[in-house]
Write a protein that binds this ligand. Structure first.
Ligand code: GNR
Ligand code: NI
Length: 167
């Protein structure tokens, strides 16, 4: 197992569109394990491969309180959605920044599991938010892009200042 470094906004590599996984093999299973370790250590409730500079369609999520519900989604697709909810979001690639984003209330997702088997999952609430947030990462989209240009400029300034202090 290994902890992977997480890219920080506004790193241009966060805007890469991830490619589909062609074969769920040991290399992908190792990536899932390393991403899970990185997510739990952060700590966060989700992590997309894009955030660790691997541009393949792999996501890990665990919205449980006790790290008991690891979900690995490979080549995930949202096949149905309904309703609307507004959630205060954060992102491990945009540390210390939280703001409201409007998303679908429920989603049905189809994905491959760690054995390459297709499954479907119905999600609502925070899990549905997290799935949409992670699928956006695979498309090269960071949640702050839903905010106003003024807010995005302020966030870039804040993170640049913090990067100077911590460098
Ligand atoms: O840890 C995370 N928390 C979170 C809270 C509200 C909405 C979305 C998220 S996802 C985030 C981890 C992350 O950056 N995943 O890409
Ligand atoms: Ni994120």
């Amino acid at each position: 197992m290994a902890l992977l470094p997480i890219l920080r906004y506004p790193d241009p590599r966060l805007h890469t569109r991830a490619a589909p996984v062609h074969e769920v093999n040991d290399e992908i299973r190792q990536l899932v394990a390393d991403m899970a370790e990185t997510m739990y250590e952060a700590p966060g409730i989700g992590l997309a491969a894009t955030q660790v500079n691997v541009h393949q369609r792999v996501v890990v999520i665990d919205t449980s309180e006790d790290k008991s519900a690891l979900l690995a989604l490979i080549n995930p697709e949202i096949i149905a959605r309904s309703g609307e909810q507004v959630c205060e979001e954060g992102c491990l690639s945009v540390p210390g920044i939280y703001d409201k984003v409007s998303r679908s209330e429920t989603v049905r997702v189809r994905a491959l599991d760690q054995h390459g088997k297709t499954f479907e999952l119905d999600a609502e609430g925070l899990l549905a938010v997290c799935i949409q947030h992670e699928l956006d990462h695979l498309e090269g989209k960071v949640f702050v892009e839903y905010l106003s240009q003024l807010k995005q400029t302020r966030i870039k300034g804040k993170l640049a200042k913090k990067a100077r202090i911590t460098a």
